[in-house]
Ligand binder design. Structure first.
Ligand code: DGL
Length: 266
């Protein structure tokens, strides 16, 4: 594909979780122009139905793709990817990279054979996750837990808020209480928001539990798909939000530190 050097990569999430993918992408493609789109008007996705998520994500990505003309789009959200990746690929004419729970690397890493997986309510019930488990974690035990409170906590943390330790303890305790749960040595962070709480999760689960997420793998995949293309980013990357721009209030420092200009409305 012949693409302009300034043509952006579009990263999409319901909120700030996809910034964990952005951070990894920036390390491998520092010169790439990025437009980060946060669907704050639709946040959270994890408590919505499959139909609501699919319609919203496919519709928004279609419109965003027309407006921003990206060379590639990345759905930096496990919930949206496990539900709508196929649909979005049908709608867009550019490569679309999804974010799916890192069960494969976790299965390669576990020594006890017991893996925990923390995601949104919508993600953990997807057949997509059942398929990943059947394909990559055969003979292992995969224990899933939903943690909708952590999405909110990650949004608040990036805006300077403190994280309620009870929320983290609830996830750790919930997994430990499941049959075989005390054997967990690997935890899949199956929501892009959760690596933002990496420190808190690592402290609660202890040093014997490895935390695994997909951000680096996604960044590598994007680099692979754009290999040989020219990149020239402007002075800042763009951060756009659905709904009122005030929804991004408090994110100024986190955005500036990552090389984004002030939030814009979509
Ligand atoms: N960041 C999203 C994910 O990876 C979803 C958070 C939400 O909107 O519930 O699943």
């Amino acid at each position: 594909m012949n693409v302009e050097a300034s043509s952006p990569i579009l990263l999409f999430d319901s909120g700030v979780g996809g910034l964990t993918v952005y951070d990894a992408l920036r390390k491998v493609l520092p010169q790439a122009a990025v437009i980060y789109a946060a669907d704050l008007a639709g946040l959270p996705y994890g408590t919505k139905t499959e139909a609501q998520i699919a319609a919203r994500v496919a519709g928004l990505l279609g419109r965003m793709s027309e407006r921003f003309r990206p060379r590639l789009a990345c759905i930096a959200c496990n919930t949206a990817s496990t539900i709508a990746l196929g649909m979005v690929r049908d709608v867009l004419e550019i490569p679309v990279v999804g974010t799916v729970p890192a069960i494969k690397p976790a299965a390669a890493l576990t020594r006890t054979g017991t893996i925990g997986l923390v995601g949104t309510d919508a993600t953990i019930r997807q057949a997509y996750v059942d398929d990943l488990e059947a394909k990559f974690a055969k003979g292992k035990r995969l224990l899933r837990i939903a943690a909708p409170g952590l999405v909110e906590a990650a949004e608040a943390k990036l805006r300077g808020g403190t994280v309620d330790p009870a929320l983290i303890a609830e996830v750790q305790g919930g997994l430990a209480a499941m049959p075989g749960g005390s054997g967990i040595d690997t935890l899949v962070l199956a929501c892009t928001h959760f690596p933002l709480l990496g420190q808190e999760l690592a402290a609660a689960f202890g040093p014997e539990v490895a935390l695994v997420d997909g951000a680096q793998g996604i960044a590598r995949r994007i680099a692979q798909l754009t290999e040989g293309q020219d990149f020239a980013r402007g002075s800042t990357n763009r951060f756009v939000v659905t709904g009122p721009i005030a929804g991004a209030a408090g994110l100024e420092a986190a955005l500036a530190a990552r090389g984004f200009g002030p939030a814009e409305g979509f």
